[in-house]
Design a protein around this ligand. Structure first.
Ligand code: C2E
Ligand code: MG
Ligand code: MG
Ligand code: MG
Length: 285
């Protein structure tokens, strides 16, 4: 590799970058195989209404178990999937699997909950995304009102276009939620212009809500705004009872996080339907 020098005199490539790009190439190759060989599975994390003590939904989170590399975390492979376009087939698989599982639980007689699926901007921009969603719902038999798409605010380069697509999907009865809310530069502009049912307060604000006045102020501002706009709010990354108490005081009644449960397999999740005490041990309530 030719080590060109930039104007500043720093090498543009160093050993560290070469190593990274090798890992990156390896992951890309393996990710392509993984799509063909269906090496993915889903974990499900409960969403809780803590004012009532009920299970209200689950977030489907994709997992990649590679035969040699082991588990590759989503934060490592989702960006690669987005860049390469592999997110299209992976995302479709996730959507279908989550809808199928949610319908199965309803058919088993458990009280219905919402299935939330993370959707990348690449998927939203894909022409015919609405038809894809409709196709999956028809195929799996899930009522659109039990499906929610989680989109990240930072991804909307073309806000008008995003709003139009989301409006169409929402018109079909599917819910829209803004993930990692509050981390973008234009969070408040976004929810003014986007058709949105729920915002998910980013875990970075929840992490220190009990210790940091700024975080607490931001959370309270989000709650006030959402209330005015008639948008639901859920807190992500709730890990402690202390954080929960602050949220409760501020009027936030929904949450998701290790305090209640980590993302779990479908078998484990079924236990939560049967015994909601598992989600609300005495220390929490
Ligand atoms: P996200 O959508 O914001 O999901 C929340 C992440 O926080 C998940 O990490 C979850 O396991 C983790 N988490 C939940 N509760 C807690 C907690 O109390 N404490 C801490 N420290 N972490 C908690 P995960 O599963 O590793 O996913 C990371 C990101 O990868 C997701 O962030 C999402 O952006 C992306 N992702 C995951 N699955 C999919 C998918 O199917 N499609 C797309 N496009 N992206 C996905
Ligand atoms: Mg999410
Ligand atoms: Mg998030
Ligand atoms: Mg995210």
């Amino acid at each position: 590799v030719v080590k060109e020098r930039g104007r500043s005199g720093y090498a543009l490539f160093d050993a560290d970058m070469e190593e990274k790009s090798l890992e990156r190439i390896l992951l890309e190759v393996e990710l392509r195989k993984a799509v063909e060989r269906e090496q993915f599975y889903l974990d499900y994390q409960p969403k809780i209404d803590f004012s009532k003590g009920t299970l209200v939904g689950m977030e489907a989170l994709v997992r990649w178990n590679h035969p040699d590399l082991g588990r590759v975390p989503p934060n490592k492979f989702i960006p690669i999937a987005e860049e390469t376009g592999l997110i299209i087939p992976i995302g479709e698989w996730v959507l279908r699997e989550a809808c199928k599982q949610n319908k199965k639980w309803q058919d088993m007689g458990y009280s219905p909950i919402t299935a939330s699926v993370n959707v990348s901007v690449r998927q939203l921009e894909q022409s015919g995304i609405l038809n894809k969603v409709i196709e999956v719902l028809n195929e799996t038999g899930l009522d659109p009102k039990w499906l929610e798409l989680e989109v990240t605010e930072s991804v909307f380069a073309d806000l008008e276009n995003a709003a139009a697509i989301l409006e169409e999907i929402r018109g079909f009865g599917v819910k829209i939620s803004v993930d990692d809310f509050g981390t973008g530069y234009n969070s408040f502009t976004y929810i003014k212009h986007l058709p949105v049912d729920t915002v998910k307060i980013d875990s970075s604000f929840i992490r220190d809500i009990h210790q940091n006045v700024e975080s607490k102020a931001i959370v309270n501002a989000i709650l006030t705004l959402a209330d005015t706009l008639n948008i639901s709010v859920i807190a992500e990354g709730v890990e402690s009872k202390e954080q929960l108490e602050h949220l409760n005081k501020g009027g936030c009644i929904q949450g998701q996080g290790y305090l209640f449960s980590k993302p779990v397999s479908n078998e484990l999740f079924e236990k939560y339907f049967r015994d909601s005490n598992l989600l609300f041990p005495e220390e929490i309530v």
